[in-house]
Design a protein around this ligand. Sequence first.
Ligand code: BGC
Length: 401
Amino acid sequence: MNRLLMLCVGLILISCGGKNANKTNSGLPEVVAPESAESAKQIVDDQLNITLTPPQITVQNKTVPGFTKGINIGNALEAPSLGEWGVLVNEKHFIMAKEAGLDHIRLPARFSGNAMKEAPYTIEPQFWELVDDAVNLAVQHGLGIILDLHHYEEMASRPRDHIERFKALWRQIAEHYKDQPKNVAFELINEPCGALTVDILNPLMKETLEIVRQSNPDRIVFIDCYFWANTEWLDDMDVSFFDENTVATFHMYQPILFTHQGAPWMDPEYQVAQVIFPGPPLAPVEITGPALSNAWSADWLNAYNTLEAKDNPSGPKTIWEEFGRATTFVEKTGVPVYMGEFGAIDFADARSRTIFLKIVRKEAQRRGIGWAYWDDGGHNRAMDLMDNVWVKPVADALFKD
Ligand code: BGC
């Protein structure tokens, strides 16, 4: 990400608070080298010898056909302006995705930044062209695509002022794509957060779904739970109006001090480098500055430094807890779930990334939950479009058993 992108993402995320906020640099702790390369390898291997026996699954998710394995083409159409975040949608994205065996793309798109501010809130023709091109490429290459309304920032800060505009955008999107094949799907809003609290969000999703259904009676519609699509908020979704083509979405970034370590758009306590997966680290990370003054990060890092791998918060236990909540939701509601984003930042070491991503990906599949990796060319980069190759630690996790 360039500096402008970092700034923009920072500002967006500040406006939501919570999962992400602005960054300042705190002193990054040095990781003390182990006595020898040999002992380092032994320690790491011991950590991996944890019993990877996942918990029993009480109920299988109803997998959404055509949306089993995917990738987000992020930082392109949800950027404030075309190319501002360094990624443009390219046919290569679709070719590489198809060749790798993926069945769909999730396309974050900032419709709200490309439409009139006043009624009738008309979406700009140039923006339709960009989204249409992506939809056509997906269809041509035999891939599903989720049109995800991303970064409607005012919905997180002043939702009541934007409800009519939000609905008007969806009336247009639904009408525009009503004749597309069934594997063109909609996602009503990415990661609702901030002031778009469940008391506003739930009725808004109901009313918006009704609007979409007027022109698209059978289209698959994904609806994110509150607080950045965090599994802890799945239970707060009103699912009473969901029909058989409506799917609940969550995102999976836990343990977040591992997946978002050093992320420029995150709060100062996230600026702790070299958090590995699974923990504990070879030498404890030093807990100083904002990481120490925030109780939650201090507690987490203490546990990370000390607990053996099977109980470590940077370990499979955390992943299973996340998926456990998703499965409990499926069991209680009968509503299918989908994991629209998961990823780990490039700053994490390659081996840890592969281990983490592979456990998440396989656990999703074991439970029948479709997934989309975040992202193609941002801070969690998976694709190198110059050389048409996948970034190895990500490819190893997504495509190798
Ligand atoms: C945001 C990105 C961010 C990612 C991981 C996405 O939903 O749009 O800006 O990089 O989550 O935090």
